[in-house]
Design a protein around this ligand. Sequence first.
Ligand SMILES: *[C@@H]1O[C@H](CO)[C@@H](O)[C@H](O)[C@H]1NC(C)=O
Ligand SMILES: *[C@@H]1O[C@H](CO)[C@@H](O)[C@H](O)[C@H]1NC(C)=O
Ligand SMILES: *[C@@H]1O[C@H](CO)[C@@H](O)[C@H](O)[C@H]1NC(C)=O
Length: 430
Amino acid sequence: MRLLKRCWLGQFLMFTIAVGSLGMVFLVSQLSTDWTPGFIPKYRWLEYTYDHSCPEKECNCSAILQGDREALEWAKIQAITKDVRKNIQIPDDHYINTTQDCRSFKLKRKYLMFPLSKEEEEFPLAYSIVVHHKVQNFERLLRAIYAPQNIYCVHVDKKSKASVSSAISAITSCFPNVFLASQAENVVYASWSRVQADLNCMADLYNASTKWKYFINLCGQDFPLKTNLEIVRMLRALRGRNSLESENLPPEKKWRVSYVHQIVDGRIQRTKKKKDPAPFNLPIMSGSAYIVVTRGYIRSVLEDQRIHALLEWFKDTYSPDEHLWATIQRISGVPGSKRPNRKYDVSDINAIARLVKWEAHEGSQDSMGAVYPECKGNHVRSICVYAAGDLQWLLEQDHLFANKFDVDTDPIAIYCLEKYLRQKALADWK
Ligand SMILES: *[C@@H]1O[C@H](CO)[C@@H](O)[C@H](O)[C@H]1NC(C)=O
Ligand SMILES: *[C@@H]1O[C@H](CO)[C@@H](O)[C@H](O)[C@H]1NC(C)=O
Ligand SMILES: *[C@@H]1O[C@H](CO)[C@@H](O)[C@H](O)[C@H]1NC(C)=O
C-alpha cells in the first residue's frame, strides 16, 4: 500500500509542476506539513470542503447528520434561498468544458484515483447506471462511488436532450473504466425498455471484465449510504448470495402480468388480451428494479435458456423491472438465489439493494402501519426526495443505496452525505 501511495503522490507531483507555481506552493505546504520519508500523509485535501449550498462558516454537516434542530432549520431555509438556488444550477455545458482537460477535472473534483485498500482492490464491483436528465446528480453519484478497480456502464436514454448526452459522454470519456452502454434504448416508463437498458449494460459489463464479483444497478438519483470499503465488506458477508426484494405477488398487482400490454404514443397501455402462464409455470414474484447480485446471477441472465424464455414472456407485461429480477432470484440453479417458498421472501427493508420511502408507508413510530418516519423533503411519484432532515435515519439503515436525491430539492442533503462518506473513506484508509 505504501508503495502505491508514493507512486500516486509522484504522479500528483508531476502534474502539479505542469499546472504551475500556484499548485507548487500548495504541494510544498502539503509536503512540509504532512510528508516526511516513512510518514504517510493523511490527504486531508481529498476531503470535500466547500460547496455553494453549504458555506463552510455556517454549514455544520455533523450537526445535520445528528438531527440537530437548529442546524436542520438553517438547512431548510438555505435550500429555498434564491442565491443558493441560482448557484446550484450547473449548465450541461460546464461539464463539456471542464472535462476537456480530464486530469484537471478529476483533480478539481477530487476523484479517488487509487484503490484505498487491498481488500477493495481485490473485490471489484460492476455498476449499471441509467440516466436521462440532471447531469449534476449523475456526476456527484459517480464521484461518490468511483474507484479505479470497479467498472461502470452508463445508459443514457435515447430521448435525452443532446446537451445531457454530450455532457455525460464527456464525463465518462475521462475514465478508462467508465463507459456508455453499447446500445441505447428509448426508455418508456413501466415498460420492457427499462429492463433492456440494464440488460445492455449487463452484457457489456460481463464482456468487459471477468474480474468483478457483484453487480449493482443504479439510476441518476440514487446515492450511496456506505463507502466502497463498507460496500465490499457487506457484499463479502453475503457469501455468494444475492440481495434483492423478492416477495409473493400481491393480488392487486396480478393484472400487471396477466394481460398483454403495448406501447401507444410513448406510453404503456393494457390490452384486453390475456397472457399465457409464464414458461415452466415459474411463480412470478414482486420486487424492485434495483438489485445487488453476483456475477453468476448475471451469467444466468445472459446464458440460461430457461431465463431467455422468461425474458421473452415478460416483454409485454407492466413494469417488468419490478418482477423479472425478483422472479429470477427464485429459480433453482441461479447462483445466489433462494427457493420459491414464501418463507424465503425478502422485503425491500430486508434487502440491502435500495432504500426507498414510499409515501403510503410513512408515519410516526407509534402508528402500526408505518414502515418508516415521514419524508422531510417532498414526493415525486409517491417516492420521497430526501432532505437534510432524512439523513440521520438513512445512515442508521443497512442499505447500500437510497433513492431519491436531487440537488434541486435539497443540495445540502447530498453535500453532507458525500462529505460524510469521503471523510469516512479517508479515515478508514489503512
Ligand atoms: C457542529 O455541530 C457539532 C454537533 O452539534 C458541534 O459539536 C460542533 O461544535 C459544531 N461545529 C461548529 C463549527 O459549529
Ligand atoms: C463553455 O465554453 C464555451 C466556449 O469556450 C463558452 O462559450 C461557454 O460559455 C462555456 N460554458 C460554460 C458553462 O462554462
Ligand atoms: C464481447 O467483446 C468482444 C470483443 O472484445 C466482441 O467481439 C463480442 O461481440 C462481445 N460480445 C458481446 C456479447 O457483447
